[in-house]
Design a protein around this ligand. Structure first.
Ligand code: PGA
Length: 239
C-alpha cells in the first residue's frame, strides 16, 4: 500500500483525477471501477474539468460501479445510478451503453454471476476507486467473519444506515444492497482509496496498521499489489 497525505479533499481529487485521466489517455478503452459517496466527488469534479478543457475523453471507457441499493427504482434520486450520472457520467462523454451497474432488484445469484461475467469479458477492472466506511467497509462489504468473493446481497449495518440516511428525505433508506464482493474488488489491477475527515481516522488506522481481518474489510488491501491510499490530515491523524 502506498499512503499519501494531502491538505484537503481538493488536492486529493486532483491527485486521484490525474491518475485516472493519465491512464485513460494511455489506454482509451480501459475499464474503470467507480464508487459513490462524498469521498470521490472532488475527483469527479477534477475529471469533469479535464474533460471540459479537452484533455481527456471517456467515450471508449467501460465502467463498473461498486454497489446499488436494493428495493429502490434505478431512477430514484438516491440510487447510485442517479448519483453517478449526476456527478460524472452526464458531465463527460461516457457512453451510457458502456456503463455497468449491479441491479439491486434482481435475483442475487443470477445478478452476481452476470456481473462477474461482464467484468471478466472486459478483461477485468484496470482502476477501481474506493471510499471506506467508518466501520472499515469497502463498497457495502460490512465487517463480518469472512471475506466475500463475487457480488452479493448485503444487509446494511446500523453504522452505514446512520451515515447514509442523511441523503434520504422522502422514503426510508433501504436496508439491503447488492455489492461487489471483496474478491471482485481485489482482482482490480489498481485501487485508489480515498478517505477524508476525522470520522474515518479509526477505520484508516485499522486498514493500514491493523491485522488483515474481515472485521475490518478494508484491511485486505494490505495484500493488494497496487493500492494507493489518499488521505487528508484528519483521516490520517491516528497513523
Ligand atoms: P463516503 O462513503 O465517501 O460518503 O464517506 C464512503 C463509504 O461508505 O464507503
Amino acid at each position: 500500500m502506498e499512503v499519501r497525505i494531502f491538505k484537503n479533499d481538493l488536492e486529493i481529487g486532483e491527485a486521484a483525477g490525474k491518475i485516472i485521466c493519465d491512464f485513460v489517455n494511455s489506454k482509451p478503452d480501459c475499464v474503470l471501477g467507480f464508487a459513490t459517496g462524498a469521498s470521490p466527488v472532488p475527483t469527479y469534479n477534477y475529471i469533469t474539468e479535464q474533460y471540459n478543457s479537452g484533455k481527456v475523453s471517456f467515450k471508449n471507457v467501460t465502467t463498473f460501479n461498486l454497489d446499488e441499493y436494493c428495493d429502490l427504482p434505478r431512477d430514484h434520486k438516491n440510487s447510485y445510478w442517479t448519483f453517478m450520472f449526476e456527478n460524472l457520467f452526464s458531465r463527460v462523454d461516457v457512453d451510457p451503453a458502456k456503463v455497468n451497474f449491479l441491479d439491486g432488484n434482481a435475483d442475487e445469484k443470477a445478478e452476481s454471476a452476470r456481473y462477474a461475467e461482464a467484468i471478466k469479458s472486459k478483461g477485468g477492472i484496470d482502476i477501481q476507486i474506493l471510499g471506506i466506511g467508518r466501520n472499515g467497509h469497502i463498497a457495502f462489504n460490512e465487517p463480518s467473519d469472512k471475506f466475500t468473493d463475487e457480488a452479493w446481497r448485503v444487509t446494511l449495518t446500523q453504522s452505514t444506515i446512520d451515515a447514509n440516511s442523511i441523503y434520504f428525505d422522502d422514503i426510508p433508506i433501504p436496508h439491503y444492497a447488492m455489492t461487489m464482493g471483496i474478491g471482485s474488488i481485489m482482482r482490480s489491477k489498481k485501487i485508489i482509496l480515498i478517505a477524508t475527515g476525522a470520522s474515518k481516522a479509526e477505520a484508516v488506522k485499522e486498514m493500514i496498521n491493523g491485522p488483515v481481518t474481515p472485521g475490518c474489510p478494508a484491511s485486505i488491501l494490505q495484500q493488494h499489489a497496487d493500492t494507493v491510499i489518499l488521505l487528508d490530515e484528519a483521516a490520517a491523524s491516528l497513523l
